[in-house]
Write a protein that binds this ligand. Structure first.
Ligand code: GDP
Ligand code: MN
Length: 394
């Protein structure tokens, strides 16, 4: 689950990392009020940033500075409603603008190969790290955290020196790098990224200039499978930006992933769902989705799964593959019959049901004139042929 920058900053701040203050505004006039407050309290400018769950907002024109409340209002009204990578901006973050001296990249990821948290740092901050990785992989420095002890001070210092940070910034950098790993483990994140981590110049009350490190941007993705351990983090989910299909799938407790093909798949069990997709491919087709309806799926759940599959306009045939164990075949058959009666478009369907109550299921399906198959190979071939007949190449 991706969370918005403002929420990511909240989590970083809770772990003691240096983050500038901010306000989230949903209208230009709210942005104006927030800006006026920061400007009245010593900020010489404010930054207005689109809050959308995609990167590269700066490049897309979604990050702007403003020197007056009027400016902030007009900048905010330009950003609100803007579309960034296909997502409409509905809120902006307003905060005091930092005077940037230098930008760095600092991030922690879950490295699945080593099964460890890896902290990455680069002196090429502000640009997307994927670009740096492509252009100049040597510019990214890595340290692997210990599973129990986290990142050691010496590792954090090595990263600091590698990106050219030392002197007054060394202590803060070490704390921030270690804090990233703590943030990862505390919230079960699989990515925590600060880009840019910036050296900024500030002027204190006596007019003295000082420099310090500040996290100007924050990106966190949380491990969906670990969310039940963090019920409070569920509140950070931004439903407005999620694919409606994902929301629907979660409501019905279905495990659903959309793919590019034309054969909709409805299967019980993750392993069987993978196998089904393999056999669709072997039969010359491309699966339109991964869908595991889970064990003990009842008729209403089956109907919901069918709606999800049919919402995808690319789907030209549906393959239902059910191995009845806890899931009763006749329940699934009833769900399919009900779902088809509500179906707003005609799509050929091939059903294979074996196991618990399979005979009863077959009887119901025959009566309702469903196409059935005895084996999975046969089912896959029939589904692919049906899709070809409907819309050309699968
Ligand atoms: P992203 O493009 O979505 O990653 O958004 P960022 O928050 O990283 O902002 C993009 C760029 O805008 C940063 O790399 C900075 O160069 C600039 N920027 C962001 N915040 C500030 C700020 O407070 N002051 C100044 N001067 N520039 C900023
Ligand atoms: Mn950024």
């Amino acid at each position: 689950m991706k969370i918005q920058e403002a929420d990511a900053k909240l989590l970083l701040r809770a772990q003691g990392l240096p983050v500038p203050p901010w306000t989230v505004a949903r209208s230009a006039s709210e942005a104006r009020t927030a800006a006026a407050t920061y400007l009245a309290h010593g900020a010489s400018a404010v930054v207005v940033k689109a809050q959308v769950l995609v990167g590269g907002r700066g490049k897309a024109g979604g990050v702007k500075l403003a020197r007056t409340a009027d400016d902030a209002e007009s900048v905010a009204s330009a950003i609100l409603g803007m579309s960034i990578k296909g997502i409409t901006v509905r809120k902006v973050l307003v905060g005091p603008a930092a005077e940037i001296v230098q930008e760095f990249y600092l991030g922690a990821i879950l490295d699945r190969a080593s099964r460890r948290i890896v902290v990455m740092a680069s002196a090429e901050g502000g640009v997307e790290i994927e670009e740096v990785a492509k252009r100049d992989p040597g510019a990214i420095h890595r340290e692997t955290a210990h599973p129990f002890l986290g990142l050691a001070d010496w590792q954090a210092r090595r990263l600091a020196f590698a990106v050219g940070l030392g002197g007054v910034h060394l202590r803060t950098f070490v704390a921030i790098a270690k804090g990233l790993v703590t943030t990862m483990t505390t919230y079960d994140a699989d990515l925590v990224e600060i880009n840019p981590l910036a050296i900024v110049r500030e002027t204190d009350a006596d007019g003295n200039s000082l420099v310090k490190l500040l996290a100007l941007d924050a990106k966190i993705t949380l491990d969906d499978s670990a969310l039940p351990r963090h019920p409070d983090l569920e509140a950070l989910r931004d439903l407005g930006e999620e694919d409606p299909a994902d929301v629907e799938a979660r409501t019905h407790d279905l495990s659903f992933i959309r793919l590019d093909g034309t054969i909709g798949c409805m299967v019980n069990g993750a392993g069987l769902a993978m196998t089904t997709m393999d056999l669709v491919k072997r039969a010359g087709g491309e699966p339109a989705n991964f869908l595991d309806i889970g064990g003990g799926a009842r008729a209403d759940k089956v109907a919901a799964a069918m709606r999800l599959i049919l919402e995808d306009r690319k789907v030209q045939a549906i393959l239902v593959n059910i191995f009845g164990g806890i899931t009763r075949g006749d329940e699934v058959a009833k769900g399919l019959i009900e779902a088809r009666s509500q179906q707003h478009r005609e799509v050929p369907m091939v059903v294979r049901i074996v196991g618990t109550n399979a005979d009863e299921a077959q009887r119901l399906l025959r009566e309702a004139r469903f196409e059935t198959a005895a084996t999975l190979d046969e089912a896959a071939e029939k589904a692919v042929a049906a899709a070809r007949a409907v819309g050309g190449a699968a």
